[in-house]
Design a protein. Sequence first.
Lengths: 327, 522, 331
Amino acid sequence: MMSQLIKSREAILLAAILGLLALIASRFPAYVEPGNLVNVFNDTSTLIILAMGQMCVILTRCIDLSVAANVALTGMVVATLNTLMPGLPVVAILVIALVLGACLGAVNGLLVWKLQIPAIVVTLGTMTIFRGIVFLISDGKWINAHEMSAGFKDFPRMEIAGLPMLSWIAILVVVCFVVVINRTPLGRSFFAVGGNPNAAVYTGIDVGRTQFLAFTISGMMAGLTGYLWVSRFAVAYVDIAGGFELEVVAACVIGGISIAGGVGSVAGTLLGALFLGVIKNALPVINISPFWQLAISGSAIIVAVAFNAQSSRTKGRVILKSAEQTA
Amino acid sequence: MYVSPDVSPDVTPDVRKAADALMTDPILSLDGITKIFPGVRALSDVRLDLYPGQVTALVGENGAGKSTIVKVLTGIYQPEEGTIRVDGQETHFPTAQHAADAGITAIHQETVLFDELSVAENIYIGHAPRGKYGLIDTARMRRDAKELLDRVGAEIDPAVPLKDLGIANKHLVAISRALSIDARVVIMDEPTAALSQKEIEELYELVDRLKAEGKAILFISHKFDEIFRIADRYTVFRDGQYVGAGAMADITEDDLVRLMVGRSVDNIFPEREASPGEELLQVSGYSHPTEFEDISFTLRKGEILGFYGLVGAGRSEVMQALFGITKPSAGSLVVDGQPRQIRSAAEAVEAGIVYVPEDRGKQGAIIGLPIFQNVTLPSLDRTSKNGFTRLAEEFALARKYTERLDLRAASLDQDVGNLSGGNQQKVVIAKWLATEPKIIILDEPTKGIDIGSKAAVHAFTAELAAQGLAVIMVSSEIPEIVGMSDRVIVMREGRMVAELEGDEVTPETLVRHAAGISEGSA
Amino acid sequence: MTDVSNHHVPDRLTTPLQRTLRSWESLLLAVAVAIFLLNTFASPYFLNAWNLSDATFNFTEKAMIAFAMALVIISGEIDLSVASIIALVSTAMGAAAEVGVGTPGIVLIGLGVGLACGAFNGALVTGLGLPSIVVTIGTMSLFRGISYIVLGDQAYMNYPDSFAWFGQGYVFWVITVELVFFLAFAVIYGVLLHKTNFGRAVYSIGNNPVGAMFSGIRVKRVKFILFLLTGLMAAVASVCLTSRLGSTRPSIAFGMELEVVTMVVLGGVNILGGSGSIPGVVIAAFVMGLVTFGLGLLNVPGIVMSIFIGLLLIGVIALPRLWNQFRQARR
């Protein structure tokens, strides 16, 4: 019974999202029109991409609070590059963003792996450092739309089959994560490291190295998002994505990723991000001030973590034979 | 007799003779292995040889160093000294992967696998079959897993997550994992602890098959019938040292026990005159949904009540319920004539019940705090004034009880984590005596501590009883139970199966009741 | 181990004084003195009583929270919602001021809201057994979110004149009210942690929560009280900060939780729990205040200072570990 419930955690979340959509649709049918749903998904794309990276980190019993600062730093670097070299093709920009983001993530990973500093301390520190560096690079100035080249700005908006490139990238990222998480030894080792680090050592998995790779992946996703963010909004400044790291963690927690590590799925994370995205985009539609959003996502985190804890409460040792039959 | 005084050298079987009888070269050979932890010499110059197609039983009491040698063999620990040879070639295992690459695999005491991963993944993690683009070939992995599971006679769907399985099935998965690695050396650490009789028989068949395939098997077990049933050779460790090895055919059960214990029970257990006083504790019908059922007994002043059973029989669980850590689902408790409900450890201490836990590092000592603060922690109300601590009083109280226990330490201000196991245990006992309890529960009080400290703990336990304390002693060591207890309760699978007194308390009866074997087979 | 029949174990091998001299706190104090001297040479405006007095505002509010936070972290938990509690408390006080409540009433309401926030965190952590890091990330959004719901892009500014005393008043010459609060709480928390049974319980829980429970310590009760205390201290800080700014916006004290945690860790508290001291946190507060003030005098912008704070946070933990690894590698 109980295990059935846990298995269908994603199903419950999906039902919650559909119920939410139905509720909104009953009053504001325009919200569920395909065109608007595409908008909702597109708006949530950056959250989805970041949540995928964060998921890997949380699976290994760590947390990455530096992702939003990484977005800001990578975004500022590529925007600055674009102003200096307007001719640089988007592909090159993408590669630079991915590599730079990965390097920033690797810094976190190295500190966690080689010096065994708790992840929360490391990423609290790098979060302020990354933001400070954005200021140093930009001198506190904004890079505005007119300073960016057309190609740079247009890329995320390019439509293929009615869906903007930004959405396609999010879909591609999700597909990649489905493969990496479910079908590669690295993906499975995330679960092993977070679920039972001692046993992981016995199976020949290097716990620290696995955590390092998770941070690098998280950083890479943040780098990708950095470019997509500044190009989509056509502006780069120090405070971009300020506080967004908490929304990313929220998406993971709502999606059923256990902060204690080792539990979660790509589908859950995707649904967690979509849940927040649907709410965020619905607020203006149903005439609730956007100022409600913060409180709602906060409540959602608490409810989600309480729910997850209830369903995975540790059972005592089963000694009685009679109890084992029913357990 | 089960044990007799003082082992003389001539009972040690002739190792050379045994080796001649089973002439082959060992696949794996350890020599002069020494492993030191802060404060403890876990292994000291030990040797171990494993031969192809043969089962070697590793025998020793708790704390003899069996699990440490397993960790050395599997690359988890690196020994300070000694050589490891595979096929005569000297080698090292700096990581677990190196040991696995050398063809060594272990099935562990506690099922150390991953709840969230599927059964097939648990079997193949680290060496999953790869398909296109180097991705894991899930379909093939499940097929192969199914084959392995069939081989061990387990009817388990390889696609379900491990958390959905019961403990016995998890164990079979662990065994399948060992088989999935094309291992030449298989280490089985108490493999039958969680299995039913039928599953045990199937495991024996499996071991026979592995033998036929020429694998070397290291078999660790506390059950003597099992060792004599399945092993070809034995190696005995005692207190981290090698004491003997040979062929099973050349040794009797009595001699093996003597090697293992290496001393007389009469020598280390204090003489005591049992004169239990009035009834202090009455437990009736204590039950728990999954851990134990219908536990009822009484305890008198000055009495030592032994609790015997195999590992995992539910003894500690009962004790922790008495101490308020877990909640019983039914049952009642009378302490000193007063009906009591104990819902937390704090309430147990108030009622005069204290518990010296088995897991010393986690539940007993507070490593990181100095000795004196460990001792005074439950007694702060008495050493403090209006909630403010008074160091002089604390040192005085700590000194009083640590001196009674003859604690060896550099100073009372020293971190308890730097003490040896035996001295840590003394600190934990001192902590509880300082609360002036009526009932003291000792859970495996001498597990993993050296002989000297063991004798001190035993002498002290006897002294406490003589002073009128009621003592419950949980132990898996038969000599300790026999040597110390006035009365013994035997538990099996969460239930009380026997209550023995006086002449009834013999090693044979204990083993028989604990294992659930009928007359004559123990 | 030899068998000596009357084996004597001394109480202590090192005197408390020796221990103090070798401690992290002494090292930190030396750093503080060095920064002080450096600042004195770097800027002619540094050694001025009024400037120094102004500089204390850089750390007094954060440090008051840091004292309670130190206890929470020593017990093995964390509270990331403190800055949001400041916002919610400030919003409640602003709303009360708006309807004409007097200064004592405003303060009482503020403290009440802070305690309620702490109780909410504490109940979720101890009652439901949830990890404090997630709970307080959630309440961090929730508490500030409520401020946003109430205020939106508005602000409360109608505080009574007497309310200004907390953040702008002076007790004596250049000694501010806040500085007196800071010193008083330093003593109170120092005594609580180092001289009482409660403080001992906090250390035992932080070193080994299971062992503490097995020793009869009421672990949940102690942790609940600790969350109450952080809530209360965040409320006190909110009173001071709101009074100093004279207004409430929902973004008040944004990101301050990180500076508080940095201060605690810099003060030598182990982020994994079990060890640390209040004197350490006090000195760390001075170090951070001096760094910020000194860089401010040199016209370094705030965000760049945060780089120093971030480096300081990682550096103070990384350097001893690097040093250890280096020493072990040489052996």
